[in-house]
Write a protein that binds this ligand. Structure first.
Ligand code: NAD
Length: 234
């Protein structure tokens, strides 16, 4: 092959667990003690925007306190040898801080806010929280730049195009329970090797091209990266 190998990674909350950011499925369906329907739906925003902002402000402060782990760093390192596209369900910025270059956030980014009048008006929050009364340039309240349950996933089409172009596909830290993200596996060509890194089996039916690595992200991803690097070197 005269072009660099194209590695596509689908990551979920589990890749950030060893950095100290809890997943919610492992906590009885609760995200830091809250039902997701209480805090991560358009209805929740309608009912109590102040509570929703408080929840995301706390999550954002939590993200600022943690660092990328060995899994994020190994994927960023692989970027130097291959073309690596990361499709993440995570709203944290740990892939960015690890140094990966090509990252698509399917479910939004907690470090950004957007206008409630025009979804294309997105701003970086830097060190700020979002408060009631904070407005976009059109004079509308700012909300977290997050895709809530029940909302469309605008980046899914682009993510499917990327998944269809993979030479190797890696799935890490996702239960494959949240659609449409889980459906991305169906567009990966049958000839493409798929590695799945997760310490727990899911009920997902895998094809013959799938290798399941029953390990945490920090154990499993450096192993997969070493295997891909040896494929390139031979
Ligand atoms: P999920 O459905 O992707 O499930 C988490 C998966 O991670 C589970 O399959 C679990 O077995 C696996 N896992 C747990 N610890 C792991 C480890 N150390 N290494 C590898 N895998 C591990 O994710 P979810 O928690 O149910 O969240 C779904 C959505 O909620 C996300 O897509 C995101 O939008 C939001 N969320 C984001 C974050 C974040 O940005 N860090 C954290 C929690 C929830």
């Amino acid at each position: 092959m005269d072009r660099p190998l194209h590695i596509v990674v689908l990551s979920g909350a589990g890749i950030s667990a060893e950095s100290g950011l809890p997943t919610f499925r492992g906590n009885g369906g609760l995200w830091e003690g809250h039902s997701v329907y209480e805090v991560a739906t358009p209805e929740a925003w309608e009912r109590d925007p102040e509570m929703v902002l408080r929840f995301y402000n706390m999550r954002r402060q939590g993200v600022r306190r943690v660092k990328p782990n060995a899994a994020h760093l190994a994927l960023a390192e692989l970027d130097k040898r291959c073309s690596v596209s990361i499709i993440t369900q995570n709203v944290d910025d740990l892939h960015e801080r690890a140094g990966s270059n090509d990252i698509l956030h399917l479910h939004g980014e907690i470090m950004k806010a957007r206008s409630t009048a025009d979804a294309s008006l997105v701003i970086d929050l830097n060190k700020n929280d979002i408060k009631i009364g904070d407005q976009c340039e059109l004079g509308s309240q700012l909300r977290p730049h997050i895709v809530w349950f029940g909302e469309d996933v605008p980046m899914i089409g682009r993510a499917a195009e990327i998944a269809a172009m993979a030479d190797v596909f890696i799935v890490v830290g996702t239960s494959l329970a949240v659609y449409p993200a889980a459906g991305l596996l169906q567009v990966v060509p049958d000839s493409v090797p798929i590695y799945i890194v997760n310490p727990e089996q899911s009920g997902y039916q895998f094809g013959p091209n799938v290798r399941f690595i029953e390990k945490t992200a920090c154990e499993g991803i450096p192993e997969v990266v070493a295997e891909i690097r040896s494929m390139i070197d031979t």
